[in-house]
Ligand binder design. Structure first.
Ligand code: DGJ
Length: 735
């Protein structure tokens, strides 16, 4: 059983895969955190709390000066009664009081995992997950809090969420409602976060914990390219392959907060949840509020194991699309080939070339609707632009189908242009506050998705296009962040809810559309990977990883994205050189190998390639089709880290360890260059593998521990690929 309650000691012991998580009720009412770490078989209070009278630490029990909330490792800390560290939640009562005090009142253990209404969340069967609910109450405020812990038996994963219930007679305002708080009585950790910007998403930032707080957040209304909703604590010295890692990832696409605070006695408080900045929620008497879910992963073997745990967990328990387990088509997207400047013939000519090269899906990007010749018009007018496509979308889609390819279409459904029929009819649909001018971003405004009426308009508009046309794939874009957040359709004391209501509205829309059109493959996008988070993955099984298609930049972006998300979720395309984002000229082979390390496609005008290049593109496509099962459904191992050195290497291994694909990249050519050795990971040590390109046979342990020597080459931005397949014992003699 993953969850055990020891009644005599009042101890909860949660066991998920390789990890144990232990809490205790002390003094009959306080829920205390004791341990999160490597799985132990049973707990007999070895790691007990040492009570101590500390200066400035108030005592709720006057008879015991050693007991203070200020030093207690609390599981869901409150505010106003002696814990001066960061609280996990906050309230405001009708009388203005902001003090709250939670006391333990009971628990419940059940098989399975309850759904989070209106929110994306992981799921599991009654056989593989158990859920603990711990009930707490603040009797003065009339607040009940339920802490939910879902414990996955064979994965090192625990998910957390919190339900608030106003049991009182008066309204109550939630001013902070984090999903996770863990007090760890140790501080020898580094903190790892992922920061970035448009075109430069997810850079690895590892820093030591010292004093005070390390905090990352988004205040942009979306999870953002600027900080990812991810934070990990790494034991000192932990690296890719060894050492403990404690990671948290937030299943949410709006404003978030992740922080770790070191207290004066070198304990740390690790927290994650919705950002309390401008974010409140009013609970009328009897109403409930549930926070989004945090996925907590423990790894005893470094970042590599952490990532593979996230990858498997997301593919098996989060991504709900039927495409989760299916191979994804190789696509061509017309965006970087044509931008807004296209007509039917131009698209068909690109499509013909793509079809003859073996591409499987043609995606028509921005510019097909309204009169959109630039990015400042027509968003909201989801009807075809007959100037560009006089025969309509259906005819275009059918012609593409006749070429043997699937047809995909771009939308940016959350937005509205001032130059649009929708705006002229419904200026009230814009997210805005009265009396203030709009703040424009990328020439456009945001729809007020806090209103159901607006959400239903979006659903109807997208539904119509999807019904009327044979569409196999949708790219769901979102190209600006939320400003002027407010909605006159809500009372003044609910204005703090609008950002979250926007996200809930978006989830409602995506829930309806992806359920109704489950046969369509959806890819999310926010100017590239600006909203690459588990919340989006729940609805849409892949994400355009970055607008930056430069192969060298992509090595880092994809490397760091793989910390939490599997390669199958990362849209990765070959584009032209000089690259449109960086001006860099990298070899077609390298561009191909980087893109083949994810969900492969092209984003260029094939008509501008030489015959020789086009032939090579055909070879790349054939090659990807062969290795696709290993890339998309195999295990991923990072080997050399481009954030630290002039190299990037990684390999994929099929689940049965019969096939492996390794990629080696050396970024700049060097004088007096060392001969590099590529040591693969994750192979079966006793199996024999044949290398595709030269037929040589090696044992698995040889490839992993001895490694293969990489011949020297004088070439910048160099890429190599090595494929291996198991051979039966004895076969090597015939070679
Ligand atoms: C941003 C996306 O990331 C691009 O791929 C492209 O779809 C443009 N938007 C279109 O406006």
């Amino acid at each position: 059983m993953p969850i055990v309650y020891d009644k005599s000691r009042k101890i909860f012991h949660l066991q998920a895969g390789d990890t144990s998580y232990i809490m205790q009720i002390v003094k009959e009412k306080y829920l205390v955190h004791l341990y999160w770490g490597r799985r132990i078989s049973s707990y007999h209070e070895s790691r007990r709390i040492i009570w101590k009278d500390r200066g400035f630490a108030p005592n709720p029990d006057t008879s015991d000066r050693t007991f203070s909330l200020d030093t207690l490792p609390q599981e869901y800390p409150q505010t106003g009664n002696g814990d001066f560290r960061n609280p996990a939640y906050g309230i405001r009562q009708e009388n203005g009081s902001r003090i709250s005090n939670l006391e333990y009142i009971g628990y419940e253990i059940s098989d399975g995992k309850p759904k989070l209404p209106g929110l994306p969340a992981s799921s599991g069967s009654k056989k593989n997950v158990q859920t603990l609910k711990v009930y707490m109450e603040d009797a003065v405020a009339g607040l009940n809090v339920c802490l939910l812990y879902s414990v996955f038996a064979s994965e090192s994963v625990i998910t957390r969420s919190v339900i608030f219930l106003n049991k009182g007679k008066k309204p109550l305002h939630l001013t902070k409602m984090l999903s996770m708080s863990v007090d760890i009585r140790e501080d020898e950790f580094d903190v790892l976060t992922l920061y970035g910007a448009h075109n430069n998403e997810r850079n690895m930032d590892r820093r030591p914990l010292s004093s005070g707080t390390v905090k990352i957040e988004s205040l942009r209304g979306t999870s953002s390219p600027h900080q990812a909703p991810f934070m990990a604590l790494l034991r000192k010295g932990a690296d890719e392959d060894q050492g403990e890692v404690f990671a948290a990832n937030f299943v949410y696409s709006g404003n978030f907060l992740a922080e770790v605070q070191v207290d004066p006695y070198r304990n740390i408080r690790f927290q994650m949840g919705m950002n309390p900045w401008n974010g409140e929620w009013k609970l009328e008497a009897g109403e409930m509020f549930q926070t989004p879910e945090v996925v907590m992963v423990y790894s005893k073997q470094g970042l590599g194991e952490m990532s593979r745990t996230f990858h498997k967990f997301y593919q098996n328990h989060l991504v709900r699309s039927p495409y989760a387990k299916k191979e994804r088509p190789i696509l061509i997207n017309n965006w970087e080939a044509t931008f807004f400047d296209f007509d039917e013939e131009k698209l068909l000519s690109l499509a013909r070339k793509a079809a003859s090269a073996g591409i499987e899906l043609f995606v028509l990007d921005d510019g097909w609707f309204g009169h959109r010749d630039a990015d400042d018009s027509s968003l909201g007018d989801w009807f075809v632009d007959k100037r560009k496509l006089p025969n309509g979308l259906k005819s275009l889609a059918e012609k593409i189908h006749d070429m043997g390819m699937q047809f995909g279409l771009w939308f940016e459904p959350e937005m509205i242009s001032q130059d649009s029929e929708l705006y002229r009819k419904h200026p009230d649909y814009v997210l805005h506050t009265e009396e203030r001018p709009y703040t424009i971003g990328r020439g456009q405004l945001v729809l007020d998705l806090s209103r159901k009426e607006v959400c239903d308009y979006v659903i109807a508009a997208v539904r119509q296009i999807l019904k009327d046309n044979p569409i196999d794939y949708v790219k769901w874009d979102m190209n600006r962040h939320l400003t002027d957040v407010g909605s006159m359709y809500f009372e003044p004391d609910r204005q703090g809810e609008i950002t979250h209501r926007y996200v809930l509205g978006l989830y409602y829309i995506m829930d309806v559309l992806t359920s109704e059109f489950s046969e369509i493959l959806f890819e999310s996008c926010s100017s590239g990977g600006g909203r690459f988070d588990p919340g989006m993955l729940y609805y849409m099984p892949q994400t355009w990883c970055s607008d930056n298609t430069d192969a060298v930049c992509r090595m880092k972006i994809q490397y760091a994205t793989s910390l939490t998300y599997p390669p199958i979720t990362m849209g990765a395309h070959v584009s032209v050189v000089p690259n449109q984002q960086t001006g860099r000229v990298s070899p077609l082979a390298t561009r191909g190998y980087v893109a083949m390390s994810g969900n492969f496609g092209y984003e260029l005008d094939l008509g501008n390639l030489t015959d020789e290049e086009l032939e090579y593109v055909k070879e790349q496509i054939q090659c990807y089709k062969m290795i696709r099962p290993v890339i998309q459904h195999g295990d991923f191992y990072r080997i050399r880290n481009p954030f630290n050195e002039n190299l990037a290497t990684w390999n994929f291994v099929s689940q049965d360890q019969k096939r492996a694909v390794a990629f080696f990249f050396e970024i700049l050519s060097q004088p007096a260059a060392p001969v590099r050795i590529l040591k693969l990971k994750g192979l079966h040590p006793d199996k024999l593998y044949r290398r595709y390109d030269n037929g040589e046979i090696y044992s698995g342990d040889e490839l992993m521990y001895c490694g293969i020597s990489i011949p020297l080459k004088k070439e910048d931005f160099r890429g190599e690929m090595y494929c291996f397949e198991e051979i039966e014992k004895g076969e090597e003699n015939g070679h």
